[in-house]
Design a protein around this ligand. Structure first.
Ligand code: ASP
Length: 341
């Protein structure tokens, strides 16, 4: 059997950064050096090819334009490669993994995002293990068919479903968590994949790449004392099409009249408002408390147990799809890529 072909797509991030000796600041370096730094890559049982952004970025500069570039690289090379590993800064990796999961419809090959907390050249780097294991995970096959057929995120011995993750730590090597869905594989002495948790896309459906993302969306996090005037200004902005409203607990919010009226008016103007909990884990359940019943009545969309990262990117994706307004709520509340339970 021939060896799997794996494409590494380098977008930037700490994994390929060096320290400027004068300022001490980290900046991206030429991707060719990355392979020189890890000669072990040549020992892996797969063929590896690499492509890189012309100008690698810190992932704080990530945007739908770059998501389109990652999607293009995957689309152009989809037939010739068995798996893809996207090297990406950790800061916005959960947003990118979520966005790509929606953009790549009928994905039947692994797309594994990874990065590192320490640069590849650092003695104590976590980059080598993250990179090598990501390539191995992307290479896993059963009778020539890839085992992982979804967008994953690998960091510190765990592979997560990408659109279930959140960056939770800027210090620890274990930088990500997936609080509402178990990790889908773990690297110990062996690579253990929980096959029952994996998405099972239809192998015969053709890959569709959706690049139309609408960025007329906003995230609003509730807090005691939120100002009526400021909320009114945001919600009455003429371009706004979608809001991810981070509420308390299981989807609760203040019951003050002005608040409910502002949301209700926005919904009647066609703005989609998604109720997402600001808790790290757990789910929205509108109607459980009096403080969420009205939100349900005025037509807020339940984000259930979705992360904010997945909610924002799903909103951009679905608004970009120009779905019938009457169907939007039902489609948003349906798991499209395993992003909600
Ligand atoms: N600031 C970096 C980035 O997200 C951090 C990292 O690579 O982990 O690009």
């Amino acid at each position: 059997m021939s060896k799997p072909n794996i494409l590494l797509i380098y977008t930037g991030g700490t994994i390929g950064m060096v320290k400027n000796p004068d300022s001490g600041a980290l900046k991206a370096f030429d991707f060719n050096n990355l392979l020189k730094r890890i000669p072990e890559l040549r020992l892996l049982d797969c063929n590896i090819e690499t492509i890189s952004f012309n100008e690698p970025i810190d992932s704080s500069n990530m945007s739908p334009k770059y998501w389109g570039m990652i999607a293009d690289s995957i689309e152009t090379n989809y037939k010739d490669f068995d798996g893809f590993v996207v090297l990406h800064g950790s800061d916005t990796m959960s947003y990118s993994a979520s966005a790509l999961s929606f953009m790549l419809e009928n994905l039947c090959k692994p797309v594994i995002f990874t990065g590192s907390q320490l640069p590849i050249g650092d003695l104590r780097t976590d980059a080598k293990e993250n990179l090598i294991t990501s390539i191995q995970l992307a290479s896993l096959q059963d009778n020539g068919v890839p085992i992982i057929r979804e967008v994953g995120l690998y960091f510190e011995y765990k592979l997560y479903r990408g659109n279930r993750t959140t960056k939770i730590n800027a210090e620890h090597f274990e930088a990500f968590a997936s609080l509402n869905f178990p990790h889908i594989a773990e690297s110990g002495v062996h690579l253990n994949v929980s096959t029952s948790l994996l998405l099972k896309p239809n192998q015969s459906s053709k890959l569709i790449v959706n690049k139309q993302l609408d960025t007329n969306v906003v995230v609003i996090k509730l807090f005691p004392g939120i100002s009526e005037l400021i909320l009114k200004t945001v919600l009455s902005s003429k371009d706004i099409k979608g809001v991810v409203l981070e509420t308390y607990g299981s989807g609760n919010a203040t019951t003050e009249d002005w608040f409910i009226t502002l949301l209700s008016e926005a919904i009647s103007r066609g703005v989609h408002i998604i109720n997402v909990t600001q808790c790290a884990g757990g789910s929205v359940f509108m109607g459980q408390y009096e403080t969420s019943s009205q939100l349900k009545d005025i037509g807020l969309i339940s984000g259930k147990d979705i992360t904010t990262e997945a909610a924002v990117t799903k909103l951009m994706y679905l608004i970009g799809q120009e779905i019938e307004p009457s169907e939007f709520k039902t489609i948003f509340e349906t798991a499209l890529r395993g992003e909600m339970s």
